[in-house]
Design a protein around this ligand. Structure first.
Ligand SMILES: [Ca+2]
Ligand SMILES: [Ca+2]
Length: 86
């Protein structure tokens, strides 16, 4: 990653800091990765009607390399995709 690189989809440092806060909120044991249990726990708290299998699908979508954990870069790129759809 280079700060000198510019791209039209570049987020500001403030936006990234906000996303980092969300990420840390999900990452309850603060190990730098969101695992499926953390993801399920939080989504079922935020949205009790969420079905577990839908949560699992969402998790797989964000977990770009499929290792069973969402790291900050995966979280960020997922966020950016959502963001730029608006
Ligand atoms: Ca974690
Ligand atoms: Ca991953």
């Amino acid at each position: 990653m280079s700060d000198t690189q510019t791209s039209p989809n570049k987020m500001t440092a403030e936006q990234i800091a906000d996303i980092r806060k969300d990420f840390d909120f999900f990452d309850r044991d603060q190990n730098g990765q969101i695992d499926l249990h953390e993801f399920i726990d939080l989504l079922t708290i935020l949205s009790p009607k969420t079905k577990i299998n839908h949560v699992q699908e969402g998790f797989d979508l964000i977990d770009g390399n499929g290792d069973g954990f969402i790291d900050f870069e995966e979280f960020l790129s997922w966020w950016q995709e959502c963001w730029w759809e608006y």
